[in-house]
Design a protein around this ligand. Sequence first.
Ligand SMILES: *Cc1c(COP(=O)(O)O)cnc(C)c1O
Length: 637
Amino acid sequence: MNPRTMPNWSVEDSAALYGIRKWGAGSFDLSSDGEVTVKASFPSGEVTVSLMEIIRGIEARGHAMPVLLRIENLLDARIGLLNETFRASINRAGYGGEYRGVFPIKVNQQCHVIGEIVRFGAPYGHGLEAGSKAELVLALANLREGGLLICNGYKDREFIDLGLWARKLGFRCFFVIESPAELPLIIERSRALGIQPLIGVRIKVSSRVGGLWTETSGDRSSFGLSTAQLITVVDTLKENGMLDCLELLHCHLGSQIPDIRDIRAGVLEACRYYADLVREGAPLSCLDLGGGLAVDYIGARANHVHSSNYTLEDYCRAIVETVMSTLDPQGIPHPHLVTESGRATVAYSSILLFNILDITHFEAVSLPESLPEPSHERVRDLFTIHKNLDSANLRERYETAVQFRDEIRDLFKIGQISLRERSLAENIYLAVAQGIAVRLDSLPEASPGLNGLRDSLADIYYGNFSVFQSLPDTWAIGQVFPVMPIHRHRERPVREAIISDLTCDCDGKLDSFIGAEGERRTLPLHPLQPGEEYYVGVFLMGAYQETLGDLHNLFGDTHVVSVRINEIGGFDVMEEIPGDSIADVLSYVEYQPETLFEEFRTTAEKAVRRGKISVAERQKLLEEFSASLSGYTYYEK
Ligand SMILES: *Cc1c(COP(=O)(O)O)cnc(C)c1O
């Protein structure tokens, strides 16, 4: 049956199946013609654009898939929302300080992204956080005068000098001290240059947080000062008459903290430090609570590594309330609040788009009515299971079929069964497995021991992308991103699949997806239509993925296209950055494309001399070699 004409499936079913309204945070949805849409808000109202329309626009501009699509409006909206929500919580609670966000550059260093954050964040005084010299350099070139700049990480003399000059230029540049060794150098350089530094101290809170980054907090965290070190820093500042430079207390509990209670506990502990440092005489005025604001990747609203059990509003309120309730009884003025939200700021704005190149099905093909004579006894046994399959004893029959299949493979290895017989047997096995899977559907309850059966029959869809280049966290830490087709949502997705990338690596795959009841191993997808591309998107992947990615199998950067949705319901292409060519990636691993061409030309010329190819063929060959060098590293049609 043609799935396009299948009854009983609607866009609503698709929306529920892929959970788009749960993880999409109101930005993503489906249109009535079954395409994924993105929404942007304007003073005049909301505008919705289909991603298929954007894909067509990108392809018409000459960029083949895969493409990393950035939607500027979503980035702007997140910065606005973060600042406005803190502002509202502060006003509602009568809190005495202000909110200042900083964007941690490491989460997405791309020029266009930082430029956009600085531009859109300017009215809110949104600053930047730098964790290395290179990040400091780019922050100084981007930030505006008066901007807040938090410097974490280890600092050498060059870093410190640059930061001190930034003070002189008018930046609010804080050195956050992570280790006692940094302080003497800061004191020495500030004396030498005659510039007063702004100093922060990073503490290690002992409250442990849940999630994938628990190591960031606690005694054994490699960041921050122990209490003994903190006392040393305070005493050294006092001895040097510089305690008045200590204006900021910093702590970072970890990234993607799923439980609001952990955030409250961490803030509470930080406030205890804050109060005692004030009593020590430090003129603290800023409390920097680092990152950790989670993204609900699976839309479950739960205390789960890929989710979060709180909203942005809950987060802001928890911080404001905890600080007030801890400091008020001690009569300590409310500090300005700083957070370094990276993930929650940029995750939403990027989508990886790719097309499907091919599919492998695990299905029996054309089984004979009866076995050829002679057939091995084991093959005959397997065939009997196939012929007599009904709904009884499914688990037992499945286990026996697996056992027979494995025995047949062993018999092949010792030469007792031919390649054709083995092929026939594996085909019969697939028929049995499929027959069982179909019958399982009609059983009232789940069958223990048979859960893996359906996964083992799932299709493999080959996607035109590299996990290692574009989605490194899925491989490195088992990150789950929302994945779904961009179109055809009026049709029932009748296939169950995992998605494999183009690398020759068994880790290069997506096989963990969002299901209605937690994670699932396979993703429902549509069959390919002849002559038609099938587009899939990976959502919420704007944080950390772009620079952590690598050149495994020499798949390079994808094309990047930034669009801005406009008020009249269209979109403007703001920036197009071509991805790496083959020559680019070869030069990253120290080849010189000109030399490679020269060497290949010599080989071709020798072949002409030996009469293997004609001069015309040589010419054609060299043209193709040259075209490949300048071509995309991904599959081109
Ligand atoms: C990584 C990091 C952040 C960003 O954390 P998110 O959870 O992405 O918001 C903020 N501050 C510091 C010090 C970090 O190391």
